[in-house]
Write a new protein. Structure first.
Length: 347
C-alpha cells in the first residue's frame, strides 16, 4: 500500500531576478534582499529534492534528503544571522532567522513525532487521522510563520522602493504543485483507508468466528463504503485527472458488494456449519444399530444442504479474494502513477 507523502512547506521563495532600481540606495536594498534570496533558493531546491524522493524513491533515500535539507537550513540561517541590519533596520533579517528556526524545529522535532505516528497509523482510522492531523498542524505552523515573514518582506520592499514582479519561479511553482498533489491525495487516501481498515476488522471477526462482531463490522463497512462513495462523487479532479478517485471508488464499490452479497453467505455458512458439526458429532457418537431411519434421513439431508452451502461459500470467498486483489492492485498502481506523474522529479 502506498504511504502518504510528507510535505512541509518551505515558505515563500524570496524573489531573485530582474528588478527595477532607482539609484544606489535601491540597488543596495536589492542586493541585500538578493543575498537572502540565494539562501532561499538553496533551501527550496533541497526541499523539492526531499519531496521528490518521497514520491519516487526509497524511504532511506528520502530520509537522507531530509537530513540534507536540515543541514541546508542550518547553514543558511547561520549565513543570514551573520548579515548586518540594513540601514539599522533588522526586521527582515530577524524575521527570516525566526522563520528558519521554526522550519528547522518542525522538520527535526515535529517530523520525528510524525514518523512515530506513521509507525502505528495503520492500526486504526483514528490513529491515521491523528497522523494526518499532526502533519497538518506542522504545515500550519510553517505557513503562518511564512505569512508573517511575507508581511515583513513587503514592508522592506515598500520602504526601499523595490518593484518586484509577482511572477513565480519554476522552483516555487513545483513546490506549490507538490503541496497541491499531497492535499488532494490526502482527501482520497483517508476515504480509502477508513473502509479498508473496517474490512480488516470484519475479516478478523470472521476468523474468530465471532458472528455478532462480524455482523456489526459488516454493517459498518457497508456504511463507510456508501458514505465514502458519496464524498468521492463530490471531489474535484486534480488537473482533470480522477484516476485515484476512480480507483478508490472501485475499491469502495467492491466493499459494498462484499457486504451486501458475499459476507452474508459466509456468516450463514459459518453458523450452519457449526450447527452441522454438532449434529454430526451427535449422530456419529450413536451406535449405528440404534439409529432410526428418520435420524438417518435427517442427517443425509443435512449433509446435502451443507455440501450445497459449502459450494456457495467457496464461490463467495473466491469472489472476495479475487476482486479484492484486483481492486487493491488497481489502487496501488494508480496511486504510484499519480505521484510519479504530478510530484515533480528533482534530483
Amino acid at each position: 500500500m502506498k504511504k502518504a507523502i510528507s510535505l512541509l512547506p518551505v515558505g515563500i521563495l524570496i524573489f531573485f531576478g530582474a528588478i527595477n532600481t532607482n539609484g544606489q540606495s535601491t540597488q543596495d536594498a536589492y542586493t541585500y534582499l538578493g543575498t537572502i534570496g540565494k539562501e532561499y533558493l538553496s533551501i527550496s531546491e533541497n526541499y523539492l529534492k526531499y519531496v521528490s524522493s518521497i514520491a519516487h524513491n526509497s524511504a532511506r533515500k528520502a530520509e537522507k534528503r531530509r537530513t540534507d535539507l536540515l543541514q541546508t537550513i542550518a547553514k543558511s540561517k547561520s549565513k543570514i544571522a551573520g548579515m548586518p541590519c540594513y540601514n539599522n533596520d533588522c526586521a527582515l533579517r530577524d524575521s527570516v532567522i525566526s522563520f528558519l528556526t521554526l522550519n528547522y524545529y518542525v522538520l527535526n522535532n515535529d517530523y520525528q513525532k510524525i514518523v512515530n505516528l506513521e509507525e502505528i497509523a495503520e492500526q486504526s482510522y483514528d490513529l491515521m487521522e491523528a497522523y494526518w492531523l499532526a502533519k497538518e498542524l506542522a504545515e500550519k505552523k510553517v505557513e503562518e510563520a511564512s505569512s508573517r515573514m511575507d508581511i515583513v518582506q513587503n514592508e522592506f520592499e515598500t520602504k526601499n522602493n523595490l518593484e518586484i514582479p509577482e511572477d513565480k519561479s519554476q522552483l516555487s511553482k513545483k513546490i506549490e504543485q507538490a503541496n497541491q498533489v499531497n492535499s488532494h491525495y490526502r482527501q482520497v487516501y483517508l476515504i480509502f483507508f477508513k473502509s479498508q481498515k473496517q474490512e480488516a476488522y470484519l475479516l478478523e471477526a470472521l476468523e474468530r468466528k465471532d458472528l455478532s462482531s462480524a455482523e456489526q463490522n459488516k454493517n459498518a463497512l457497508q456504511q463507510t463504503s456508501i458514505e465514502g462513495i458519496a464524498v468521492l462523487d463530490t471531489l474535484k479532479a486534480f488537473r482533470n485527472d480522477k484516476s485515484i478517485v476512480i480507483a478508490c471508488r472501485r475499491m469502495l464499490e467492491f466493499y459494498k458488494t462484499e457486504t451486501e452479497l458475499k459476507i452474508p453467505v459466509i456468516i450463514d455458512y459459518t453458523m450452519k456449519s457449526e450447527n452441522f458439526n454438532k449434529m454430526r458429532e451427535s449422530f456419529e457418537a450413536k451406535d449405528p444399530m440404534t439409529r432410526t431411519q428418520a435420524e438417518v434421513d435427517k442427517y443425509n439431508k443435512a449433509v446435502s444442504e451443507i455440501n450445497t452451502l459449502t459450494r456457495t461459500y467457496t464461490s463467495a470467498v473466491n469472489y472476495i479474494n479475487q476482486n479484492r486483489y484486483t481492486c487493491m492492485n488497481g489502487w496501488n498502481t494508480q496511486v504510484g502513477n499519480y505521484l510519479k506523474r504530478y510530484v515533480p522529479k528533482f534530483d
